[in-house]
Every structure is written in C-alpha cells, then in structure tokens.
Ligand binder design. Structure first.
Ligand SMILES: NC(=O)c1ccc[n+]([C@@H]2O[C@H](COP(=O)([O-])OP(=O)(O)OC[C@H]3O[C@@H](n4cnc5c(N)ncnc54)[C@H](OP(=O)(O)O)[C@@H]3O)[C@@H](O)[C@H]2O)c1
Length: 405
C-alpha cells in the first residue's frame, strides 16, 4: 500500500516523540552503537519514508524519497553556495555563473515547487549572503524543507571578515548559530554541520555543544564535513552524527574506501558535495578549457592544462552513457551517485533554472544491476590525474581533532 504523499520531513515527526519514548529509544540505540533514527525506522515509530512517493509539481513523474540519516528527502537536494557578484548580477557561484538576487530566490522556490526539500548552505558562503537568500526564499514554505547549514571557519560574526583558519570553540559555535537562525529566518536548523574539523578543539566538546543546542530546540541534528575517521567515531559516541558531507562524484571517488563503509556501519547518511565535479561531469568543459581567477577551478590541479586532456576520458564516458540512458551528462552523473547507496543525496549547485529542472529530473533515472556493474568498471578504469583541491584546501580535509583530556 502506498503511503499518503507528504511534504512533512521525518524530523518533524521525531519531535513528536514524548520524552520517555525518546529516552528509551536513545538508550536502546546507545547499547547497539547505532544512530537512533535507524532503530526508529526498524520499529516503525517515526517512519514516513518507507513507501512514500513524491510527485513533483511538474507532474511528470513520481519519485521515491530517500532516507538520509533521520531525514526523509527528495533524492536530489540543492546547494546554495553563492557570494556577491558584480553589478546587477549580484549573485555569483564559485565558478563563472551568476544571477540576480531575485533570480536566486526564484530558483530556490522553483526547487521547492519541484519537490526538492534538502537545501544546503553555510555561514561561509558569502559569507552570510547564501543563508540570507535561502532564509528569504523559504518564507512561507520553511516547514516543508530540511535546512542544512555549516559553522566552523573563523569568520567575524559582526562584520563577516574572514580571520583565516577554523574555529569550533563552543562559545563561537553558539554565537554563530544565533546569527544563522536570524539570517535563515527560522527558529531551528534542521541539520548543522561542522564545515571543517578544528584540530585544536576536541570533537567531544563540539558534539556536546551541539547537544545543548539540540536540547534548546535550536538545532535538530548535526553532521560533519570532510572529517577524519576517528573524529567521526568519537563524535558519534558523544552525540549520534546524522550526516557526513564530503566531496564525491564520478570524478572523485575517495569516500568509497573508508568513509562510505563507516557511514554504513554507523547508520550515517551521506551528502556528496560537488556531485557534478564542479561542472566537469555536466559536459561543459573540454580539453582546451582554461580557467582564470576568480573561477575556483583555476586553482584545482585536476583541471590544469597538462592533465585536463587525459581526464576528459571520463567526461566522454559520461556523455556516452548519458546518450545510452536518454539522459543529459549532468543527470547521468547524479543518477550514478544515487545508485551507489540508497542513503546518498547529492546537492548539485546551479544558478540556472533550466539546469535545476534537469538535475531534479535525474531522480527518476535508475540502472539495472548489470548496467551499474559495467558503468562502475568503466569509471574505475579511468585514472584521474591531478589533485581534487589545491594543497591548502586539501590540508583541511580528513583532519582529526585533538584528544579530549
Ligand atoms: N562541504 C563542503 O566543504 C562543500 C564544498 C563545496 C561545495 N559544497 C556544497 O555542494 C554544492 C554543489 O557543489 P558545487 O557547486 O561546487 O559543484 P557541482 O554541483 O558539482 O557543480 C556546479 C557547476 O555545475 C554547473 N551545472 C549545474 N547543473 C548543470 C547542468 N544541468 N548542466 C550544465 N551545468 C550544470 C553549474 O553552473 P550553472 O550555475 O550554470 O548551472 C556550476 O558551474 C554547493 O552548492 C555547496 O552547497 C560543500
């Protein structure tokens, strides 16, 4: 039997558990070393997703929602990583795309109309600007969506000046969250990530601070972005981690070795960032493409002129498979991610409504077991040359937090 179509995410339902129920659930899951939402799913106490089908406003197809940790979401989310552009096109992404403020707001609302209910942003995107636009765009539809944002860089909360490096000191986290609630025009953050691990702050202190914010109702769940593996285990022990957000795509498959198995073991959801390989997998780059500042790709070794022609073998593979599946390259790249695990939800970024609509429609593309085996083998056979990020940015990934004394 199909369950009724609902726009209410699972997190809204978990809030309805009474305190004794919540305590029993937490005690049981702690004994099993599992995330509490896994047990609630097994017990059927708060499950809206098992057979939930969502029909986008376009009415062209219905799509099964996904369980992402404790959340019940559309299989494709939206990344809102914008900063100030020039002139009338005041909203720019990290690459070469831009739009107006009203264009950005309309794009977010269009995503929600299409059924998208996972929105990803961060204090650092702008700084502040992306959260402000998201907050404005979600007025009136806030309760239908999962708002995820991040703290963790050392940004002056008053001026937005970047002081350099990371900062996850408990007092700083609390201050940032207050400002985020204002910018996002909400009373709670559904999913709050630590953007990068602060090596100088024990992760138990970070997880404990978030636990207090959860008790106050200001945060519902938390996640980690690009953390070290031991830091994930320590954080999870202190306060169950809901979601890990790392770079993952056909272009960068690093999480497959250890991070995805760890998520599977602990019942943590996974959100791939740059799921389109910063546009590379969407078919918008060729062997002669050259990138210039401020395009972030100008600093990324895998897009440098000496390795790009070799790496184009992957873009060609994506194009071939896209034609075979009657899809676009971007759709093929997103569908490939979704096919890897049922608890993966990519968050492609775009400033373009046509691209948004294309990306959202990727949710209806699936692979047979044989197709997936063949495609995975072909992807693995193409070595990618050049690092995924510039050295300074790369050095902030996979970091372990100092032990708690
Ligand atoms: N946790 C972290 O540290 C971290 C780091 C980076 C990003 N993120 C998150 O991940 C999100 C996505 O990452 P991203 O924006 O870096 O990379 P991405 O999603 O892999 O690629 C975005 C690029 O692809 C283009 N594009 C999107 N859809 C397309 C389509 N259908 N056809 C052709 N081109 C298309 C966009 O241009 P158009 O605007 O022209 O469509 C843009 O240039 C961000 O918004 C952010 O929320 C998180």
């Amino acid at each position: 039997m199909k369950s009724k179509v609902t726009q209410i995410p699972l997190l809204a339902q978990t809030r309805q558990l009474d305190q004794p129920e919540r305590r029993r659930l937490l005690a049981a899951t702690a004994t099993l070393g599992l995330a509490p939402w896994l047990l609630s799913a097994c017990a059927g106490t708060a499950d809206a997703s098992s057979a939930a089908h969502h029909k986008p406003a376009s009415g062209t197809h219905s799509v099964t929602r996904r369980r992402l940790g404790p959340f019940d979401v559309y299989p494709i989310g939206l990344g809102v990583q914008w900063h100030s552009g020039r002139g009338p096109l005041a909203v720019a992404d990290l690459y070469t795309s831009s739009t107006t403020r009203q264009g950005g707001i309309a794009l977010i609302r269009r995503a929600a109309d299409l059924g998208v209910n996972l929105f990803d942003t961060a204090e650092a995107y702008g700084p502040f600007m992306s959260e402000e636009l998201l907050g404005e765009a979600l007025q009136g539809i806030r309760d239908r969506v999962v708002v995820s944002t991040k703290f963790g860089f050392d940004i002056d909360p008053a001026t937005g000046a970047r002081r350099g490096g990371v900062n996850s000191r408990p007092d700083h986290i609390r201050q940032v969250v207050e400002a985020q609630l204002r910018r996002l025009r909400t009373d709670r953050i559904d999913l709050l990530y630590q953007h990068r691990v602060d090596p100088n702050v024990p992760i138990e202190d970070v997880a404990g601070t978030i636990k207090d914010l959860v008790k106050q109702g200001k945060v519902l769940h938390y996640g980690l972005s690009e953390p070290g593996l031991q830091t994930v285990r320590r954080a999870h022990k202190e306060n169950p981690v809901a979601v890990i957000q790392n770079e993952y795509s056909m272009l960068y498959r690093g999480p497959e070795a250890q991070v995805l198995p760890l998520c599977e073991e602990l019942g943590i959801g996974f959100v791939p960032w740059s799921p389109l390989g910063m546009g590379f997998l969407a078919g918008t780059i060729n062997a002669r493409s050259r990138f210039e500042a401020p395009d972030f790709r100008a600093t990324v070794p895998r897009f440098a002129p000496d390795v790009l022609p070799a790496n184009m073998a992957l873009a060609e593979l994506v194009k071939t498979w896209a034609a075979r599946k009657n899809a676009t390259p971007a759709q093929l790249a997103l569908a490939w991610l979704s096919a890897q695990k049922p608890w993966i939800v990519p968050i492609p970024g775009t400033t373009n409504v046509a691209h948004l609509e294309e990306n959202v429609a990727a949710a209806s593309i699936s692979f047979s077991a044989d197709e997936l085996k063949e495609l995975n083998a072909a992807v693995v056979a193409i070595p990618i040359r050049g690092a995924r990020l510039p050295p300074a940015v790369l050095s902030a990934t996979g970091v372990e937090a100092v032990p708690k004394r």
